[in-house]
Design a protein around this ligand. Structure first.
Ligand SMILES: *[C@@H]1O[C@H](CO)[C@@H](O)[C@H](O)[C@H]1NC(C)=O
Ligand SMILES: *[C@@H]1O[C@H](CO)[C@@H](O)[C@H](O)[C@H]1NC(C)=O
Ligand SMILES: *[C@@H]1O[C@H](CO)[C@@H](O)[C@H](O)[C@H]1NC(C)=O
Length: 547
């Protein structure tokens, strides 16, 4: 998923010179250039937005169009229920759309030639800058993985998102903690062989930037990009976003059973840093996209060129999009004969989309307040605008929602068949476990993944049965899991996020208890990222029993 989830399928400025603000009868405020008067946010679009939000069960959304020199922005639905409207000013979590700022900032620092440690540009090995902190399990990889490898998701390191913790030794975690934990994490591909989206590597780039500048990444982004562009409603810290003059939207998920929205708590994102900690609004993002389209600064011409340069193949042609190429946190592909740059963002209860088409100097940005379904609604709106701009006839358009329906179908099928996918050859009559479930309870530890603490509880649907359960409350994405017995010492682990118990965050993994010579449980081996929807190579983690 694109997550900071990047929902990677198959596998995530300056306002127009004479802009005037026109109030509509709905009280929302589109910003319209008074000369061109081609505001795409007309009544028909409002109806379409309303229908799309209702269909995907998204409370609210903000959207902006950058059409050459002009910026138009609008809000639909609600930033916070029951009645705080989404507006162009509303603040949202931008999630992985942060990555493009991190990458552009590093490109800028390289371009300034002020930092001796960046003398080799993007080919600089990461370990030459943060030698003690950046250690991978493979010595060659430690010495050779470059900044460009990290920015292109081609290091061989898979997601390992579960290893990101909010606190370390009782204090809030910082990027350095996450980088120092990489040495404990297995890679699942050779370097430069496979595209594996990895948030931890963008945390690593954040740590690189903080190390060479001696400043907090939020300040570096502000100094070099946000302030010069007048992006005054953009932050890298939840507390700053909450204290800001503009309202920060609440996140939600749709509760199918009770047919209502449930609120999801604000998530602190300190340790997520340059991988996805941004808060912003569509007006600020429009300034960013406008600067990318027109190359009007504050970055140099060569940095704007660098941003457009693809580095790695990131997928296969699908849904009318030709081969996607990835570089500096942008996917680049050809759509209907036009170059498109895009990146999405996904959080615990938010979704973001950024699209820009440099040849026609056109872009669309959108934020909304649910996980994944936001991205579906946004892409429906964004691609409608893009298709209209490109003059694509109705019958030649590609249904932008199909991509999401297909992915959700695949995920649903995958979860429904979790047991068969994991254990196709299990015996009809399960083999009895070596030891009692009470003895299996306890705490298991892996240096990379830290603790898994299991206790016994009764099966939710069958009170004659027991399962093992646990909750990692201090994870960046707090996760709970149940282990169900399959056969012998083999179990299946079902994972979910209790704050947002929708299908989008459900996963499963094979789990095996290892029994010591004394007949007592010695370890628990879990094979993460097995879901067929995940698109990454799976990895085994051995947790040794410590309590
Ligand atoms: C869509 O319109 C209906 C009818 O006006 C309204 O009740 C509903 O709240 C709207 N939905 C959104 C997401 O704005
Ligand atoms: C989470 O952190 C708190 C505060 O440091 C601690 O008291 C608690 O035991 C931790 N929970 C787990 C499951 O480790
Ligand atoms: C793991 O659990 C052990 C035993 O309860 C505890 O001493 C240790 O602090 C825990 N480690 C972490 C990182 O939570």
């Amino acid at each position: 998923m694109t997550g900071l989830w990047s929902w990677r399928l198959g596998v995530p400025i300056v306002i127009g010179l004479s802009g005037s603000v026109i109030a509509t009868d709905s009280g929302q405020k589109p910003i319209v250039d008074s000369f061109t008067k081609k505001n795409p946010f007309d009544d028909a679009f409002a109806k379409f937005a309303n229908m799309t939000l209702d269909k995907w069960k998204v409370p609210g959304l903000s959207i902006a169009v950058i059409d050459d020199e002009d910026i138009y922005a609008e809000g639909y639905g609600f930033a916070t229920l029951p009645d705080t409207a989404a507006t162009p000013e509303t603040l949202w979590y931008g999630a992985s759309t942060t990555k493009a700022f991190t990458a552009a900032t590093l490109a800028h620092l390289i371009d300034t030639k002020e930092y001796a440690s960046l003398a080799h540009g993007w080919n600089t090995p990461i370990s030459s800058i943060i030698r003690d902190d950046f250690v991978l399990q493979d010595e060659w990889a430690t010495n050779h993985i470059t900044l460009e490898d990290a920015v292109s998701h081609r290091t061989g390191m898979p997601r390992h998102d579960m290893t990101s913790l909010r606190s370390v030794n009782g204090r809030p975690a910082v990027p350095r903690d996450i980088v120092r934990n990489l040495r404990n994490l297995p890679t699942t591909a050779e370097p430069r062989v496979k595209f594996q989206y990895c948030n931890l590597m963008f945390v690593t780039l954040s740590h690189v930037i903080e190390t060479i500048t001696g400043k907090w990444l939020g300040d570096v982004l502000k100094e070099n990009i946000w302030s010069p562009l007048g992006m005054d409603s953009t932050y890298l810290d939840l507390d700053e976003a909450l204290a800001a003059p503009n309202h920060l939207a609440r996140g939600y998920y749709w509760d199918e059973e009770n047919e209502k929205y449930n609120e999801v708590r604000y998530m602190p994102v300190t340790e997520v840093s340059g991988a996805g900690a941004i808060f912003s609004n569509v007006l600020d993002y429009a300034k960013w996209v406008k600067s990318l389209l027109h190359k009007t600064g504050p970055l140099s011409e060569s940095v704007y060129e660098d941003i457009r340069k693809p580095r790695f193949i990131s997928g296969t042609p699908s849904y009318g999009r030709d081969v996607p190429l990835y570089g500096l946190a942008w996917d680049r592909f050809i759509y209907k004969g036009h170059v498109v740059y895009t990146h999405d963002g996904g959080m615990h209860a938010f979704g973001a989309e950024v699209f820009w088409l440099p040849e026609i100097k056109y872009g669309v940005v959108s934020f909304a307040n649910t996980a994944v379904s936001s991205n579906a609604a946004e892409e429906a709106l964004v691609l409608k605008l893009v298709d209209e701009k490109l003059g694509i006839k109705e019958e030649d358009r590609i249904d932008p929602e199909k991509k999401f329906h297909d992915a959700i179908d695949k995920l649903t099928k995958d979860l429904d068949n979790a047991l068969d996918n994991t254990y196709p050859n299990r015996p009809e009559t399960p083999v009895a476990p070596t030891t009692s479930i009470d003895k299996l309870a306890g705490t298991y530890y892996d240096p990379g993944y830290k603790n898994i603490t299991l206790r016994v509880k009764s099966h939710a649907k069958d009170s004659t049965k027991q399962v093992l359960t646990g909750f990692r409350e201090n994870d960046t994405w707090p996760i709970s899991f149940d282990l169900h017995h399959v056969s012998g010492d083999w179990w299946i682990m079902y994972l979910e996020t209790p704050q947002n118990p929708t299908i989008y965050f459900r996963r499963y993994a094979q789990a095996e208890f290892k029994i010591g010579v004394d007949g007592a449980p010695a370890a628990l081996q879990v094979q993460f990222d097995q879901s067929k929807a995940e698109g990454q190579n799976s990895n085994k983690v051995l947790f040794n029993k410590i309590v």
